[in-house]
Ligand binder design. Sequence first.
Ligand code: SAH
Ligand code: DHB
Ligand code: MG
Length: 221
Amino acid sequence: MVNEWRIVDEYVADRLIAPAEMQSATLDANKHAGLPAIDVSAPQGKLLHLLALSIGARRILEVGTLGGYSTIWLARALEAGGKVVTIEFDPRHAEVARENIAREGLSDRVDLRVGAALDMLPKIEAEGLGPFDLSFIDADKANNAAYFAFALKLSRPGALIVVDNVVRDGTVADPQTTDDGGLGARKLFDLVAAEPRVTATAVQTVGSKGWDGFLIARVKS
Ligand code: SAH
Ligand code: DHB
Ligand code: MG
């Protein structure tokens, strides 16, 4: 099925996403550098962009930069003076991201931090870079619940927290799953279900990245 799903992603992009929005240079650079092709799809990137635009986000937190593809979609939604703070563990990924962000003319809007997210998040808090209007969590799936808890702590009332890869081929709904992603997602759902400060949903997605989904939570005002 993934081939049919890909064709529909291409159709959507062809109709609704302008060539200048597509970031082909970023994807080419990532491929050339040997980065894994696990960025969000173009329709998903545009969804992140639209969410950020809708809430007039000025401060965005991202966990998991890779080559900066999703970072760029988010940064393009910012007005002058806005910032995306994005955390990446792998210095090689971060270097490629830095070049991609510079090529798009967005270096002034992106603050890229290199390190493990659980080490960097307390620093970001201490520096007072929040509160954030929107957080996008897309790093190592086992830590999703911990990242969510931190993002919540750094969010303003009314903020959105979006978590990628919460379905993982349906393993999320299997209590017996041994899949790292499925287990990480289940921990996240347990946390969100018991968290009275947010209201949330999750939406399954199919497309060029297979069968997966986003969890979207809004911090209550
Ligand atoms: N958001 C990106 C894709 C991120 S892929 C996009 O859509 O374009 C996940 C990234 O998280 C990888 O680059 C990986 O190196 C990074 N990562 C993995 N573990 C991490 C950790 N503990 N802290 C920060 N980043 C991590
Ligand atoms: C993987 C990570 C992602 O963030 C993603 O969107 C798809 C796959 C992975 O690590 O396999
Ligand atoms: Mg992802």
